[in-house]
Ligand binder design. Structure first.
Ligand code: B12
Ligand code: SF4
Ligand code: SF4
Length: 418
């Protein structure tokens, strides 16, 4: 739990403002409380990285880049992602927030018809719009608070970031004491687990941090490293995005065969390294129920429908969710791959039709899926979702998880180039 601690009064005032005497400590506590009242699950204040910390992160990112581990979705040079002043030149602190998308799992419909699997963070409403809206509201509250404390609200500068191509949201969340980076690379909070989405407000107010960073509590556990079907978690906390199923289900280029096989029935994102994590087994559900999907046709979509999706179905079901951002063809392509992996006999006709589809990406995927479906044994599917468990928190890390990696070991990919 985040606990407020006393800190020094922080001079100087925001540039151009009149508020050099403002009680920054009080303001920091009040704004965090207001964020919680407004519906955010966790709110904290992060100091800006010092120049030596920036340098360390830049070197870390460059080393990952040199190993080919960075995501295609993190564009731009490493230096772009380390310095908040590139986003807001007057930046003095970050208000960081997390919202949980954890909730009940919709019932898995019987299969066939063949069902795919979508990562949990895409089951509900698109988190970007919800979190941005909540953070903008919080930024407006901040202005009012400064005004009420005798400062100049006009001098308050803010930039809201959610999943931006600029700063790293996990980095800010760690610095604000919202959690630690687990061996699966995700930010984990002791109560909420890791099914969290993150955002931040960069501001010119010198707000002091209210808590220190949390210690890493992974202990000797390594379930996520063992469960990842592609070996993408190359070291604790280090992800090779070039091997990650989440990355490949979102790229527009066709995944290599080893990745396609490892996808099993996954059609968007991947939750395996989170589903096996003991910290998620007793995670507290989030308060923003809009982020928790209840529709089994979204969490476990019919693959035949997805593969032959109309524009109308895409707009109705997917466009307002995180799974829609790469467009209709990427989801349809993933559904074709999944149908091939599942050796669905009644899907062969659909794959053959798709092999003549006007879209070359779908033609190519259908060709590959046909060859998988007709030549090989069915792919072992990734472990099923681990239900919210009864393991007591105190012994969660020590207890053995009765997860599916025991009953059906997921396939490991042969080495990939790079
Ligand atoms: C590109 C991207 C991806 C890529 C690559 C992810 C990666 N780990 O490299 C792909 C598509 C694979 C991906 C997958 C997922 N993502 Co994503 N992704 C992003 C994005 C846009 C950038 C992240 C990135 O590339 N960072 C670079 C890597 C190297 O750093 P990092 O992971 O951010 O974390 C830190 C560690 O590397 C740490 N560190 C570790 N060792 C060391 C050593 C030194 C010396 C230093 C200085 C630092 C350091 O430093 C970094 C900062 O603290 C962020 C949004 C954002 N703008 O931050 C979301 C984000 C990280 N993703 C998010 C989510 C929800 C997911 C998925 C769970 C979605 C899913 N179910 O499929 C998976 C999780 C996969 C996993 N195990 O990490 C959330 C994270 C939630 C959480 N609890 O952590 C974010 C923050 C989006 C959001 N705003 O909520 N994602
Ligand atoms: S388990 Fe899935 S999301 Fe996690 S690192 Fe492996 S492939 Fe990526
Ligand atoms: S599965 Fe275990 S090692 Fe992996 S993030 Fe969770 S606690 Fe840490």
């Amino acid at each position: 739990m985040i606990q407020a601690q006393t800190s020094e009064r922080m001079p100087p005032a925001p540039p151009g403002g009149q508020g050099h005497d403002l009680p920054w400590d009080e303001l920091a506590k009040t704004i965090c409380r207001q964020g919680i009242e407004q519906g955010l699950d966790l709110v904290g204040i992060a100091p800006l990285r010092t120049s030596s910390q920036q340098e360390a992160l830049r070197r870390h990112l460059e080393a990952l880049s040199a190993r080919g581990f960075l995501s295609q979705f993190l564009a731009g040079p490493a230096s772009q992602h380390v310095d908040a002043a590139r986003v807001l030149p007057s930046a003095r602190s970050l208000i960081t927030a997390a919202v949980s998308y954890y909730g009940p799992t919709p019932p898995l419909p019987p299969s066939p018809p063949w069902r795919g699997r979508v990562a949990r963070y895409a089951w509900g409403q698109d988190y970007h719009s919800l979190l941005r809206q909540q953070l903008r509201q919080l930024a407006a509250e901040l202005r009012s608070l400064v005004g009420a404390a005798g400062g100049d609200p006009q001098a308050v500068q803010t930039e809201v970031l959610v999943d931006s191509g600029m700063l790293l949201d996990r980095d800010a969340a760690v610095a604000a004491g919202l959690g630690w980076i687990g061996k699966n690379g995700c930010l984990i909070h002791p109560r909420y687990g890791s099914y969290l989405v993150l955002g931040q407000i960069v501001t010119n107010l010198p707000l002091p941090p209210l808590t220190s960073p949390l210690p890493n509590r992974c202990g000797s556990c390594h379930r996520c490293l063992d469960a990842c079907p592609t070996g993408a978690l190359v070291e604790p906390g280090i992800l090779n995005a070039n091997r990650c199923l989440s990355e490949w289900t979102q790229r527009k280029s066709l995944p290599p065969e080893a990745i396609r096989r490892a996808m099993g029935n996954m059609v968007f994102g991947c939750d395996i390294c989170q589903d096996v994590c003991p910290w998620n087994r007793k995670a507290r559900p989030g308060r923003n129920t809009q982020l928790q999907g209840t529709d089994p046709d979204v969490a476990f979509p019919r693959l035949d429908e997805l593969a032959a999706m109309t524009g109308r179905l895409f707009r109705q079901r997917w466009a307002g969710r995180a799974a829609g951002w790469r467009g209709k063809w990427v989801l349809a392509r993933n559904a074709l791959i999944a149908l091939g992996n599942m050796h669905a006999p009644d899907a062969l006709g659909l794959l053959q039709d798709a092999h003549h589809h006007p879209n070359p990406a779908l033609r190519e995927a259908a060709g590959c899926a046909l060859s998988t479906a007709t030549q090989d044994e069915p792919a072992t599917l990734p472990p099923p979702l681990v239900p919210a468990a009864k393991t007591p928190r105190s012994s969660a890390l020590a207890a053995e998880t009765p997860d599916a990696s025991k009953s059906g070991e997921p396939p490991r990919c042969p080495p990939l180039p790079g």
